[in-house]
Write a protein that binds this ligand. Structure first.
Ligand SMILES: [Fe+2]
Ligand SMILES: [Fe+2]
Length: 348
C-alpha cells in the first residue's frame, strides 16, 4: 500500500513506479462530476468530508494510465488550496486527513474535572470501583480427583515462582499477570467458537471471560508502571506464554471443569501473593509510591492514591476472578453447559 505524504498528491504519469499489484482507493467528490483518483493516503479534510470511498484492486500501471488522463479544473484546484490553508496545511492537516479518511473519528473525551481523558486503551465508562468488601479468604476445598489435581498443579507451579522471585513482589506481580491474562482469552475464544458451531447463545460467558482477560491485562499495564522487566524476564514471559497458552487451550478442550477449577486456585494464590505484597509494604520493605495515573483512572481511585491502594483493588479483582472460575467449574460439575447459568456480568 502506498501512503502519500501530501494531501494534494495526485497520480501522474511520472508516478508510475514499477511496483506491481497495489491497492488504491477511488475517491469521488460530490461537488464534482470528474473522478479523482488518489493513492491510499491523506486527502484533505475538505475532500474527505464529502467523499464516498471504496477499494478496488488493480495493477498500478493500469491505474497510472487511467489517472494520467485526468486533470483537475482550475476551480477545483482553487477550492483545494483554500481548504488546505483553512486547515492550517502541513503536517497537522495531514494527520487530520488520516483520522477522518474513513469517516471514523475519535471523539475528544474529558474527565469530570474538565481535563482531557488521556487513555485510548479504555474509556471512562469502562472504569469501575473495585469491591473491597469481597471475601478474600474463601477457599474451594478440593474433593474430587480433578479438583485435587488442579489444586496440586497450582501448588507445584508456585514453588518455582517463589524460588525465582522470592520477595520481589512488584516484579512477581507483573510477571504473573502475563500468565493470568491468558485463561480468560482462551476460554472466551473457545466458547465463542462453540457458540458459532452450535448456533447457540453463550449465556454471557464469552463476554465474562474476555472481560476477565482484559482486566488481567490492565493489571499488567498498571504494574508495568512500577516495575520494568529485564531482558531475561521478557524471555521468560515469551517461553511461559508459548507453553501455558497451548497447555491451557488443550486442557480446556479436554476438561473445562478442570481448567476453570485450576484458574480458581491460581486466583487464590494471586490473593495470597498480593496479601504478602501488602505486608512487605507495611513493613517498609517496599516503598509505597504514588499510584500510577492509569490505575487512578481505571479503578476510580483518589488523586492521591498510592501503590497500596492499587494492590488492594487488584487483589479484590483476583477474588472476583476466583469466584467466577470456581462457579464456572461447579456448573460443569453439575453436567451443565456454562450458558445454562447466566454469567456474572457487570462487575467491571
Ligand atoms: Fe491479575
Ligand atoms: Fe485474576
Amino acid at each position: 500500500m502506498i501512503a502519500c505524504k501530501s494531501s494534494a498528491t495526485r497520480l501522474s504519469g511520472t508516478v508510475a513506479a514499477a511496483v506491481g499489484i497495489r491497492y488504491f482507493s477511488t475517491v469521488t467528490s460530490k461537488a464534482s462530476t470528474s473522478s479523482r483518483i488518489l493513492l491510499h493516503g491523506t486527502p484533505t479534510g475538505a475532500v474527505v468530508s464529502d467523499v464516498a470511498a471504496f477499494w478496488i484492486r488493480a495493477p498500478v500501471f493500469g491505474t497510472v494510465r487511467k489517472a494520467s488522463t485526468m486533470t483537475l479544473t482550475e476551480k477545483e484546484q482553487e477550492e483545494e488550496k483554500k481548504a488546505t490553508s483553512l486547515n492550517g496545511g502541513g503536517k497537522k492537516e495531514e494527520e487530520k486527513g488520516i483520522v477522518s479518511y474513513w469517516g471514523v473519528k475519535t471523539n475528544k473525551i474529558t474527565k469530570e474535572d474538565g481535563t482531557d481523558w488521556k487513555w485510548s486503551c479504555f474509556r471512562p465508562w469502562e472504569t469501575y470501583a473495585a469491591d473491597l468488601s469481597i471475601d478474600l479468604k474463601k477457599h474451594h476445598v478440593p474433593t474430587t480427583f480433578l479438583d485435587k489435581m488442579a489444586f496440586w498443579t497450582v501448588k507445584a507451579l508456585r514453588w518455582p515462582t517463589d524460588l525465582f522471585f522470592q520477595r520481589r513482589y512488584g516484579c512477581r506481580a507483573m510477571m504473573l499477570e502475563t500468565v493470568a491474562a491468558v485463561p480468560g482469552m482462551v476460554g472466551g475464544m473457545l466458547l465463542h467458537c462453540q457458540s458459532l458451531r452450535r448456533f447457540e447463545h453463550s449465556g454471557g460467558w464469552i463476554k465474562a471471560l474476555l472481560e476477565e482477560a482484559e482486566n488481567e491485562r490492565m493489571h499488567l499495564m498498571t504494574f508495568m508502571e512500577v516495575a520494568k522487566p529485564r531482558w531475561y524476564e521478557r524471555a521468560l514471559v515469551f517461553a511461559v506464554q508459548g507453553i501455558f497458552f497451548n497447555a491451557y487451550f488443550l486442557g480446556y478442550l479436554i476438561s473445562p471443569k478442570f481448567a476453570h477449577r485450576m484458574v480458581g486456585y491460581l486466583e487464590e494464590e494471586a490473593i495470597h501473593s498480593y496479601t504478602e505484597f501488602l505486608k512487605e509494604m507495611d513493613k517498609g520493605n517496599i516503598e509505597n509510591v504514588p499510584a500510577p495515573a492509569i490505575a487512578i483512572d481505571y479503578w476510580r481511585l483518589a488523586p492521591n492514591a498510592t501503590l497500596r491502594d492499587v494492590v488492594q483493588v487488584v487483589r479484590a479483582d483476583e477474588a472476583h476472578h476466583r469466584d467466577v472460575n470456581h462457579f464456572a467449574s461447579d456448573i460443569r460439575y453439575q453436567g451443565k453447559e456454562l450458558r445454562e447459568s447466566p454469567a456474572p456480568l457487570g462487575y467491571h
